[in-house]
Design a protein around this ligand. Structure first.
Ligand code: SF4
Length: 397
C-alpha cells in the first residue's frame, strides 16, 4: 500500500464534510456519484461513461476538484527533474511514435554511459530525479542499463533514477535471456528506483494491434508493473488517448489499472496524455480536444480511487491546458524537465526552461498552492508567493 495513500485514507471523511458546490447539488447523477465515493463504492464503467459524456463539464470538473481537494487540499505537486533519453534507436515502429529512428537512420543516436552522465552534470545540483526512457536498442542487454544506473548512483547519489517503460523491460529481459523478474532485480540492485509508466497506450489489445503492433500486450504491461511493485519498485501508469480508441475503451483502460492497483498497490500516479500527430504515421487518429483532455482528467480522478495522484503532464498538454486540469482533479504537473524529446518531436511546444519559480507562478495563478515533492511523494516543500518573490517552506503531510 502506498505510504501516502495510507496516511490519506481518511479523505472520504473529509469529503463528506466539505461544502458541495452548487453545480453539483443541481445534478442528481453527480450527487449519486459523490455519495458512492464517500461511502467507499466505486464508479463503475457505465457510470464512468455517463460522467465522461455529461453536458455539464464545469460541474464534472467541480466534482473531480472536490475529490482532489479532499485528498490534497489546494496543493499541486511538482518536482525537480531532468529527462535524458538513452537512445532513439528502436526495433519497433509504433505508428504514433515520432521519437524512434531505425538503427541505421542518420538521426539515430545512442548515449554511452559517459555521455549520459555528461548530460546530467550541468543540472546535477538543481535536480533530484532523472527520468529516462528510450527505444528498444537492438544490442543492449541488462548489463548496459546496470552499468548506467550504477554510474549515475556513484556520481550523483542524491538523484532518484526513474527509468524504463514496460516494453523496454520486456525487451531487455529477452535480449539478456533472463526473466522479467530477474531483470528487474538486477536493475533495482544497480540503482533503478522507480518506473515512469510510459507505453500503456490503451490497454485493449485490438487497439494496440492497430497503433503499436509488436509491443507488449495489455496483460504483459500490467504484469510487468505488478512484478516491479512486488520488488518494492513503485511506478506510474499512463494512457495515450486520441488515436483510434473509443471512449468506452478509455474507461476500460482506467478499470484495468484500478484492478491491477488493487492487486499490487504500486502505482503512484496516473498520467493521461493525448496523441500528438507530428512526424507520426497515424492519419486516421481522431485527436483529442481540450475538453476531452479535461474530461479524462476529471473522470480518472473519480474512477481511480486507489491511485493517489493524477498528473496534468504539461510537456504534452502545455501550460494553458495544465492550468485547467489542476482545477479539474489533477494534483501534479510533473517537473522542471529541462530537456524533452518524445513529446516535442511529436509537436509539443511546451517551454523547457521553466524553473521552480515559474512552475510556482503557473500553479498560484490557477488558484492553487505549489508544493515541490520528491519522486515518491514522501518529502514536500511549499512554495509561497511574497511580493515579487517565491519562497519555500518545508511541510509534511
Ligand atoms: S513508442 Fe517506444 S517501442 Fe514504440 S516505436 Fe517508439 S520508442 Fe519504439
Amino acid at each position: 500500500m502506498d505510504l501516502l495513500l495510507k496516511k490519506k485514507d481518511n479523505w472520504r471523511i473529509r469529503l463528506k464534510n466539505m461544502e458541495i458546490p452548487i453545480s453539483i447539488k443541481n445534478d442528481s447523477f453527480l450527487l449519486h456519484c459523490l455519495d458512492k465515493i464517500i461511502s467507499g463504492q466505486r464508479i463503475n464503467l457505465s457510470e464512468g461513461l455517463k460522467l465522461y459524456n455529461t453536458q455539464s463539464l464545469p460541474a464534472l470538473c467541480a466534482l473531480a476538484n472536490l475529490i482532489k481537494k479532499s485528498r490534497f487540499g489546494d496543493s499541486i505537486f511538482f518536482n525537480d527533474n531532468l529527462h535524458v533519453n538513452t537512445t532513439n534507436k528502436c526495433v519497433l515502429a509504433c505508428r504514433f511514435c515520432a521519437f524512434r529512428k531505425g538503427p541505421r537512420h542518420s538521426e539515430a543516436y545512442e548515449l554511452s554511459v559517459e555521455e549520459f552522465i555528461h548530460k546530467i552534470v550541468p543540472f546535477a545540483n538543481n535536480i533530484d530525479e532523472i527520468h529516462s526512457v528510450g527505444g528498444l536498442h537492438p544490442q543492449w542487454t541488462v548489463d548496459h542499463y546496470s552499468e548506467l544506473y550504477s554510474k549515475i548512483k556513484d556520481t550523483f547519489p542524491h538523484i532518484h533514477v526513474k527509468s524504463l517503460t514496460a516494453v523496454e523491460i520486456k525487451h531487455i529481459s529477452t535480449r539478456s535471456g533472463i526473466s522479467v523478474l530477474e531483470t528487474l532485480k538486477i536493475l533495482k540492485k544497480s540503482g533503478l528506483n522507480s518506473i515512469p509508466g510510459g507505453g500503456a497506450e490503451i490497454l485493449v489489445d485490438s487497439v494496440r494491434h492497430r497503433i503499436c503492433r509488436g509491443k507488449e500486450n495489455s496483460a504483459e504491461y500490467l504484469e510487468i508493473h505488478g512484478l516491479a511493485h512486488s520488488l518494492g519498485i513503485p511506478s506510474n501508469c499512463t494512457m495515450l488517448f486520441g488515436t483510434v480508441e473509443t471512449v468506452e475503451e478509455r474507461l476500460i483502460h482506467l478499470d484495468k489499472l484500478r484492478i491491477q492497483q488493487d492487486i499490487s498497490s504500486g502505482f503512484q500516479c496516473f498520467v493521461p496524455y493525448p496523441f500528438l500527430p507530428d512526424k507520426t504515421r497515424l492519419p486516421e487518429a481522431q485527436l483529442a480536444t481540450t475538453s476531452e483532455i479535461v474530461r479524462i482528467i476529471a473522470v480518472s480522478r473519480l474512477m481511480l480511487d486507489n491511485i493517489p495522484h493524477i498528473k496534468a503532464y504539461r510537456m504534452n498538454i502545455g501550460d494553458h491546458v495544465a492550468s485547467l486540469c489542476i482545477n479539474s482533479g489533477a494534483d501534479d504537473i510533473d517537473g522542471t524537465v529541462g530537456h524533452e524529446e518524445i513529446m516535442h518531436e511529436a509537436g509539443s511546444k511546451t517551454r523547457l526552461d521553466y524553473d521552480k519559480t515559474q512552475l510556482s507562478k503557473l500553479i498560484i495563478s490557477s488558484g492553487q498552492k505549489p508544493v515541490k515533492r520528491n519522486s515518491i511523494y514522501t518529502k514536500f516543500e511549499e512554495y509561497t508567493e511574497i511580493p515579487k518573490k517565491i519562497i519555500k517552506i518545508p511541510i509534511t503531510y
